[in-house]
Design a protein around this ligand. Structure first.
Ligand SMILES: [Zn+2]
Length: 177
């Protein structure tokens, strides 16, 4: 399987994996009882949202250029998502009479889905086809951005700054004998 295919397959496994974990955890908390039973919805939503964020970042981390904007945007949006997953069930007493108790699961799930879709458009892609890289001349080892005409090895696109030795060694290897 290609690298992109692997990431896509792993991503498709995430929704059923999360549903399974949510249900197992929910049943477990109901069995344990006490304060866990009272807050089982909140705990399940929060744990599954946190797992989803971590797994998603792990699956795609090598395909994303982690610019400052991408890093800060991801941290802020995922914090907001975790906050919503926690806050929504806590409002259930206020809204449950209109919507029923289980509506909070739907909102937490929909918000998570929105966040995953948001990252697809927000995260800058790293991949550059091999021919394009060679044509671009000397380029960033991390994101493939052309370093032509620059006086330092620092990439203006992603901030990666290898030593001159590393950059030259990679360039020579890539050009072949
Ligand atoms: Zn770069």
């Amino acid at each position: 399987m290609t690298l992109v295919g692997r990431s896509l397959a792993a991503s498709m496994g995430l929704p059923p994996f999360l549903c399974g974990i949510w249900m197992i955890l929910f049943v477990f908390l109901e069995e344990v009882g006490g304060p866990f039973e009272e807050y089982s919805l909140e705990i399940c939503n929060w744990v599954c949202t946190a797992i989803a964020i971590v797994v998603w970042v792990l699956i795609w981390r090598r395909r994303v250029i982690w610019t400052r904007r991408a890093r800060i945007g991801t941290i802020l949006s995922s914090s907001l998502l975790l906050f919503v997953a926690e806050l929504v069930p806590l409002c259930r007493d206020f809204l449950s009479k209109y919507l029923g108790e289980r509506w909070s699961i739907g909102i937490a799930g929909a918000m998570l889905g929105l966040w995953l879709m948001f990252t697809a458009f927000f995260w800058p892609a790293r991949t550059t086809p091999a021919e394009e890289r060679t044509q671009a001349g000397i380029h960033c080892l991390r994101c493939g951005y052309s370093l032509r005409g620059l006086t330092t090895t620092r990439c203006p696109e992603c901030g990666f700054e290898p030593t001159m030795e590393v950059l030259c060694a990679a360039w020579v290897t890539e050009q072949g004998p």
